[in-house]
Write a protein that binds this ligand. Structure first.
Ligand SMILES: C[S@@+](CC[C@H](N)C(=O)[O-])C[C@H]1O[C@@H](n2cnc3c(N)ncnc32)[C@H](O)[C@@H]1O
Length: 234
């Protein structure tokens, strides 16, 4: 159970983030990492200050390897991975708007031969025979109550009901890895770190910090963490 005041404050902040980071009425563009990206309404807009810019540079991409990104949003990390040594990238998201934004950016940046984007609820729609050298999710860090109703696509980028998608991700990540592969998840100080570790434990995993960075987001200092997922030794 979350402490109710802290949970209410997180929820309020989440709504503020959804309003600030949700895209506008029509298609737009934004600049990040020295490149211009397309964005459709409903897709999370990873503007400077969000974790995306930092994570995208911090991930240890598999040279000539296969990279799986869950929750690709506008496809910044997936496109970047293909341009920085990955031979094959699978990029998925639960929302159609994110997948369409990613598809546009894949074409815009000329990596359609090695990046494929499609809809999937965590691992549900992946080809069961595929395996990856690196699995990654910049997850939705605010825990929403089980009765929370998603009414806008962008809320999927902020809220996770009972951290249930996160738990499925942590539980399943290792089964998609090729021998020697590595699995990562992000988290930041807006989320509930004690719940993260509880959920990781329930998923039979432990999380080890690989790197972190503190930046300003919506007027707050936020610490972003890149965590490596390990199967828990029982
Ligand atoms: C914090 S955003 C990150 C987006 C993008 N990777 C970035 O860094 O800009 C989290 C993303 O996960 C997606 N997502 C949320 N729940 C999901 C689920 N159950 N399965 C797949 N993707 C999900 C959201 O739609 C959103 O695009």
């Amino acid at each position: 159970m979350q402490n109710s005041t802290a949970a209410e404050e997180r929820y309020r902040l989440g709504r503020e983030l959804a309003d600030k980071l949700g895209a506008t009425d029509g298609p737009s563009t934004f600049d990040l990492l020295g490149m211009t990206w397309e964005l459709l309404p409903g897709t999370y807009a990873p503007r400077p200050g969000t974790g995306t810019e930092w994570y995208t540079n911090a991930i240890p991409y598999p040279e000539n390897g296969r990279f799986l990104e869950i929750g690709c949003g506008a496809g910044v990390t997936a496109v970047w991975a293909a341009k920085h040594g990955c031979a094959h990238v699978t990029a998925t998201d639960i929302t159609a708007s994110a997948v369409e934004s990613a598809a546009r950016n894949i074409v815009r940046h000329g990596v359609e031969d090695r990046v494929h984007a499609f809809r999937s609820d965590v691992f549900s729609d992946l080809d069961k025979d595929e395996r990856y050298d690196t699995v990654f999710w910049n997850c939705s860090v605010l825990e929403a109550p089980q009765e929370f109703e998603f009414t806008r696509d962008v809320e999927r980028a902020i809220f996770d009901r009972g951290y249930s998608a996160l738990q499925r991700y942590l539980r399943g990540a290792h089964s998609w890895l090729a021998p020697g592969g590595r699995a990562f998840v992000t988290f930041n100080s807006l989320g509930d770190a004690s719940r993260l570790h509880e959920v990781a434990d329930q998923a039979g995993t432990s999380l080890q910090p690989l790197d972190s960075s503190t930046r300003e987001l919506v007027g707050k200092e936020v610490t972003f963490k890149l965590l490596e997922i390990y199967p828990k030794v029982r």
